[in-house]
Ligand binder design. Structure first.
Ligand code: ADP
Ligand code: ADP
Length: 229
């Protein structure tokens, strides 16, 4: 699903690469944690998958497509296949829950009947049935993140990228969010999640990719957060 071949990314203003010679493959249906200290290259890794950045050297492929060969007008098509969830939810404050989720389908040209069917279905799936008429500021943090996940998933993307999705949530709420991401993963969506949450990584026992100063220093299946090399 995602393949990096000897990928190096050096930002124009920098001398040290943000990512250095990364080669890895993430299969369809995998659940992968990306860990590493601040500045280790996690965001850069995600931005390369979304083609928000281009590698300085090497090749990034998503769903069999070499991202360097994507023409600009094909980029929206790629991003449509990749749902994104962030620490700060990024909901539209002036739209209701339903409208936030529907908007994701409107912008890709789905018809009203399709939207009217899909939105309540996905809100039920994330445990927000009955809250479609609320505004984001009327919801708890955990509920807002569920809306963001519903919005990311409503189009059934091949890949879900989650950048510290539990970073603003208490441990109990975080467990609920992880159960939801696990369910989405089991439904077939590949999940790539950046996190600093040791408890979650240790509970889930999924593949762990650890970055350190731009290098991939660990690729461990059923991994844990802290690891003595
Ligand atoms: P992380 O997400 O693990 O904190 P990043 O990928 O954001 O790491 O950053 C990796 C390195 O690249 C850091 O040294 C950071 O300062 C640098 N960097 C990130 N984004 C940019 C940018 N847009 N321009 C210049 N340097 C950047
Ligand atoms: P949590 O379940 O994370 O502890 P809260 O205690 O903040 O969340 O919220 C409990 C319930 O109250 C939720 O269902 C939420 O939708 C509702 N709620 C929270 N804040 C508001 C608000 N400002 N206006 C209306 N409803 C709210």
């Amino acid at each position: 699903m995602i393949r990096f071949d000897k990928v190096t990314k050096t930002y124009p203003s920098q001398t040290r690469p943000a990512l250095q010679n990364i080669s890895l493959e993430i299969e369809r249906g995998e659940f992968v944690f990306v860990i590493g200290s601040s500045g280790s290259g996690k965001s850069t890794f995600m931005r390369l998958i979304l083609r928000e950045e281009r590698p300085t050297a090497g090749r990034v492929q998503v769903a069999g497509k070499d991202l360097a060969k994507l023409t600009n007008w094909k980029i929206p098509q790629l991003r449509r296949q990749i749902g994104t969830v962030f620490q700060d939810f990024r909901l539209l404050p002036n739209k209701t829950v339903e409208q936030n989720v529907a908007f994701a389908l409107e912008v890709i040209g789905k018809s009203r009947p399709v939207i009217n069917k899909a939105v309540p279905e996905v809100l039920d799936l994330v445990g927000l049935g009955g809250k479609g008429g609320r505004f984001p500021n009327e919801l708890s943090g955990g509920e807002q993140q569920r809306v963001a996940i519903a919005r990311a998933f409503v189009n059934r993307p091949m890949v879900l990228i989650a950048d510290e999705p539990t970073g603003n949530l208490d441990p109990e709420t975080s467990v609920g969010i992880m159960k939801l991401l696990d369910r989405i993963n089991r439904a077939g969506t590949t999940v790539v999640m950046v996190t600093h949450d040791q408890a979650i990584v240790n509970q889930m026992r999924k593949r762990v990719l650890e970055l350190d100063s731009g290098s991939l220093v660990r690729d461990q299946s059923r991994g844990v957060y802290g690891y003595v090399r």
